[in-house]
Design a protein around this ligand. Structure first.
Ligand SMILES: *[C@@H]1O[C@H](CO)[C@@H](O)[C@H](O)[C@H]1NC(C)=O
Ligand SMILES: *[C@@H]1O[C@H](CO)[C@@H](O)[C@H](O)[C@H]1NC(C)=O
Ligand SMILES: *[C@@H]1O[C@H](CO)[C@@H](O)[C@H](O)[C@H]1NC(C)=O
Ligand SMILES: *[C@@H]1O[C@H](CO)[C@@H](O)[C@H](O)[C@H]1NC(C)=O
Ligand SMILES: *[C@@H]1O[C@H](CO)[C@@H](O)[C@H](O)[C@H]1NC(C)=O
Ligand SMILES: *[C@@H]1O[C@H](CO)[C@@H](O)[C@H](O)[C@H]1NC(C)=O
Length: 928
């Protein structure tokens, strides 16, 4: 059976290869695609001519990547190249015949390559010196050109006598291009830089080169795998999709070889060094049909590099799918529709965002890029049947990828449960996406105790370090254990102390948030009418907090009545308990309790129970994120109450849970009556009476311990600074779940508890949320930070999460990828605080602990030369809030230091200071 399937796939691979020749030199997605070389003779010299050669890449999506193009030709006679500007011949050849002036190249078949960027000014000409890298026309027409100038000798000196060079060859950088013979065309007309004068080449000839994938490689170079939410199986890439001839030399991904230094060095002929996979392709494109909304559906695309020896710069991906004519949104990639034929619009070009993911790194944890698309359904054609949800053709970097056989596409009906685990590949994919994320936590586990910052940045490095350690130690396991034992106790003390300190620091700030000083939730009661025994009031809850929202299961509002009031009816909300209404005979009130507790209704209640802004399950957005969604309202009809503004008694002792504790509400206060605009905005009405209650939040009341922590790392230092140990208190340590234990996969583990008690993954910090801030790159004028938020709580999906960070450079944010961003200006004068939040339909939901329990973004910041420094932890945030709760930061002395700073000293000083404080503390405690 297995053998048959294997044979079938090999056969299909062969048949795929056989089908390509038809497409040779003709690409149905880009029928006019070609590279045009134009020689413009600018002047005739005494023994030849000076020409500018311009290479235009007119291919929509096939670019020439590093190490760039190589152009060759054969001279018709005895021509030589006297000089060259903007490029060079790789071989000078035999110039022994020349005495005084030595030509640049005397070969009959010169081979020319581009110069590298940064050559001296006098060797440059326009569009030269890009190391031979030429963008595709679809991606960037202005970068799709390369040129150089050459002075040819011993040649014809007029348009009658000149002989055109012959037999052009072009490598880009590998084989694949076939070039036509040179043909004389109409002389090119040049515009002078000021656009006011036209000049003309003395003579022009053209060479057209077209690409054929078959010439480039006998085998495909990429493959496609598929999966979908409606079927648990994964359709992997066909076996040996790219030929299995490299199978012997491949490297198992977790073998030590993959971390050997030098393995990533590209060889001259670009032979790949592949990670061992069943498909043996350097590139896999995974197409996952992720969600099915009513009007939209969503696809996740992941491109993974399995070649240890190649970084793909400016990669492109072309996809053909009938629904691409209704693409609504593309996250994280740039998208351009390709319309090869005017009539069809089913093909599109994806490519990376500059500075963000236009570089697809070599095989390893970072060797993948991802994007999601939202497509609008066309009701006439949309179906998930017969593989409709999957692409027809996929091209990576201009090469067609091998697709699975159509009968292998994920089918609509779910298959038997047992096949769920057949998709081993699926696990791999998730793991790849996760690898980077998990790294800090697993590092922390093994290394916590060596010092506050002993962790190595990349798994590659980590492995190397472990290997070294094992060599030096007869019984390494024992050694490590010992170390864990001894210093855990110290670091535990140290950080528990810090956690306590953190709470102490927080408590004076109770009910006052320096990043949002006026933040509050205001509850407004507008009496709309008086009734025979009371009043009808509209109650509106406005969340004026910039970044603290109320998440599911929503708010709970309580108060106590001053007298014997009852609630006759409620619209848009309900009380949780009716209470004792036995005194009432005919009409029974909605609630007779002295202290009613009100919750919002769920979305979708019958129309007659709704009220404007009601029925959102109690979820309120923050003001900064979405002011229109930061309001909730209901109507209440109160009986046995005062019937005029003189006799009415305001309810008192308001309590608000949002959804947990943390809010303190002031007393109700009568304020000027609210003025309402009618729906047509042409008339104003006024409430008969209005009172307000203001509730403010204090993190200290919400929880004694922080609920999130921050870890740091940076490119300039290999250590990772983990979250402080027990940052969120270790009281849950006993019932935490190890991430690799079977428990974590038990059904029902993700069901939230009524009181929202978390079920945490075991970590040394025991926080439900970790925010990781990684200083990723340092450009000349910019620097880049990667932010990842990881959820360690198995019982909670954070909807509409927010992250607030304070950092002096946030006044110069250039770009935020994948997250929404809003600067917060708590005080007019400083601009160092900003709020990040997820993009709707994309990453506004932070899933429960597990492989998808994280969201990531990168931020590009422009440097202010006066303040910018990497020293003293400047690059790290001052404060971080997740969902409005301040996160525990590592102690400042643990921040990644520049490699040359004296680290040892600071630690010992810190230890000393900490122990002194610890003693002080124990005195305090024993006194109290
Ligand atoms: C080469 O590409 C250009 C631009 O798309 C097009 O005008 C020209 O016709 C193409 N030449 C050939 C021979 O396909
Ligand atoms: C050569 O140049 C002459 C003028 O110098 C012009 O008339 C003729 O058309 C040119 N021939 C070609 C093939 O460009
Ligand atoms: C150019 O190539 C053709 C066919 O490949 C060959 O016959 C011819 O001799 C070559 N011309 C030169 C000048 O090398
Ligand atoms: C890929 O780029 C990274 C830096 O961005 C570099 O460290 C690595 O050596 C490169 N790998 C290859 C194969 O060129
Ligand atoms: C093709 O579809 C895109 C939307 O995906 C649309 O913006 C574009 O105008 C369409 N082009 C044509 C020629 O229909
Ligand atoms: C509550 O927030 C609103 C809007 O920011 C503000 O105008 C008001 O002063 C705040 N109230 C208190 C008591 O801080």
């Amino acid at each position: 059976m297995i053998f048959n399937k294997y044979m079938c796939l090999v056969l299909s691979a062969v048949s795929f290869i056989l089908t390509i020749p038809h497409a040779a030199a003709y690409d149905p997605m880009d029928p006019n695609g070609n590279i045009t070389l134009k020689w413009d003779v600018k002047s005739w010299t005494s023994d030849g001519y000076v020409a500018v050669v311009t290479m235009n890449n007119f291919q929509m999506y096939r670019h020439i990547m590093s190490p760039g193009w190589t152009l060759g030709w054969v001279w018709a006679k005895k021509e030589v190249i006297w000089s060259m500007v903007g490029a060079q011949a790789v071989d000078q050849g035999d110039c022994t015949k020349f005495k005084g002036n030595i030509p640049h190249c005397c070969k009959k078949n010169p081979t020319v390559v581009d110069l590298l960027p940064g050559v001296p000014y006098n060797q440059q000409i326009a569009n030269c010196c890009k190391a031979g890298v030429v963008a595709s026309w679809g991606q960037d027409p202005s970068a799709a050109v390369s040129s150089f100038q050459l002075s040819v000798g011993r040649s014809g000196t007029s348009n009658k006598t000149v002989r055109l060079p012959k037999n052009f060859t072009l490598l880009g950088p590998g084989p694949g291009y076939t070039c036509s013979q040179a043909k004389i065309v109409r002389s090119t007309v040049f515009n002078s830089p000021d656009g006011r004068r036209k000049t003309q080449a003395l003579m022009t000839w053209n060479v057209i080169c077209t690409y054929s994938q078959l010439l480039a490689s006998r085998y495909p170079t990429c493959c496609v795998s598929m999966s979908s939410f409606y079927n648990p199986t994964i359709t992997p890439c066909p076996t040996c999709a790219c030929g299995c001839r490299d199978k012997k030399k491949c490297i198992v991904s977790d073998s030590k070889l993959s971390s050997v230094v030098g393995i990533h060095t590209a060889t001259k002929d670009n032979t790949p060094l592949l990670q061992c996979t069943q498909h043996m392709c350097p590139i896999r494109v995974h197409w996952h049909v992720k969600t099915n909304y009513k009007q939209y559906w969503r696809v996740k695309i992941t491109i993974t590099n399995f070649n240890y020896r190649l970084n793909y710069t400016q990669w492109t991906l072309v996809v053909e799918h009938p629904n691409l004519n209704h693409i609504t949104e593309v996250f994280s990639f740039v998208y351009k529709p390709l319309t090869p034929y005017q009539s069809k619009n089913d093909t599109g070009l994806f490519y990376g965002i500059k500075f963000y993911n236009d570089l697809l790194k070599e095989a390893g944890p970072e060797g993948n890029v991802q994007s999601e698309l939202i497509l609008e359904k066309n009701a006439n054609t949309f179906t998930f049947k017969e593989g409709w949800g999957f692409p027809r053709q996929v091209y990576f970097n201009g090469d067609e990828c091998m697709m699975p056989q159509p009968d292998e596409f994920p089918e609509t009906e779910t298959e038997t449960e047992s096949s769920r685990f057949a998709g081993g590949e699926f696990m791999t994919i998730e793991r790849e996406e996760e690898e980077e994320e998990r790294r800090p936590s697993c590092c922390q586990f093994s290394n916590t105790c060596k010092s506050a910052s002993c962790l190595l940045l990349s798994p590659r490095h980590r492995r190397r370090a472990e290997v070294m350690e094992f060599k030096n130690q007869a019984n390494p396991t024992h050694k490590v254990d010992l170390e864990v034992e001894t210093c855990c106790s110290w670091s535990w003390l140290k950080f528990t102390f810090l956690a306590v300190l953190c709470c102490m620091v927080l408590s004076p700030a109770a009910a006052y948030d320096p990043l949002d000083p006026t933040g509050n939730i205001t509850i407004k009661w507008d009496v709309m009418s008086w009734t025979p025994d009371g009043y009808v009031a509209a109650v509106t809850m406005n969340n004026f907090q910039m970044y603290r929202q109320i998440i599911s299961p929503g708010w709970t509002l309580g108060w106590s009545w001053q007298k014997k009031e009852v609630i006759w009816t409620m619209v848009g909300a309900q009380t949780t308990e009716q209470g004792d209404c036995s005194k009432f005979k005919a009409a029974i009130p909605h609630c007779c309790k002295k202290t009613p507790t009100v919750v919002d209704l769920l979305p979708g209640v019958p129309y007659n129970q709704q009220f404007t802004n009601c029925c959102k399950g109690g979820v309120l957005a923050s003001w900064g994120q979405d002011p229109t969604a930061s309001v909730s309202a209901f109507q209440v009809s109160v009986g046995q109450a005062g019937t005029s503004n003189k006799t009415v008694k305001l309810p008192k002792n308001f309590t608000l849970f949002g959804p947990g504790p943390g809010y303190t509400c002031g007393p109700a206060k009568v304020v000027p009556s609210t003025v309402f605009l009618t729906a047509d905005r042409r008339r104003k009405t006024q409430a008969l009476m209005t009172w307000n209650v203001t509730c403010t939040y204090s993190q200290f009341l919400a929880s004694k311990n922080p609920s999130c922590c921050v870890s740091f790392s940076s490119f300039y230092n290999e250590t990772i600074v983990p979250c402080p140990s027990c940052a969120c208190g270790c009281h849950n340590k006993k019932n935490c779940i190890k991430s690799d234990s079977k428990l974590a996969h038990k059904t029902g583990i993700n069901t939230p508890k009524k009181d929202n008690t978390p079920l945490l993954q075991c970590t040394h910090h025991m926080c439900p949320i970790r925010v990781h801030w990684h200083v990723k790159l340092n450009y000349k004028a910019y620097w880049r930070v990667k932010i990842s938020i990881t959820n360690f709580n198995y019982r909670m999906n954070y909807t509409e999460w927010t992250l607030v960070a304070q950092h002096p450079n946030l006044n110069n944010v250039t770009q935020v990828f994948s997250f929404g961003y809003k600067p917060l200006l708590p005080y007019e004068s400083i601009n160092d605080t900003g709020m990040f939040y997820g993009m709707k339909f994309y990453n506004d939901l932070l899933m429960e602990a597990g492989p998808s329990g994280n969201v990531q973004s990168e931020v590009l910041l422009q440097k202010d030369q006066n303040t910018f420094t990497f020293k003293q932890g400047w690059a790290f945030p001052r404060r971080v809030y997740f969902n409005g709760d301040e996160c525990m930061l590592p102690p400042p002395d643990a921040y990644p230091a520049l490699p040359n700073s004296a680290h040892v000293n600071s630690i010992s000083i810190f230890k000393m200071a900490a122990s002194v404080l610890l003693i002080l503390f124990s005195i305090c405690f024993s006194l109290s």
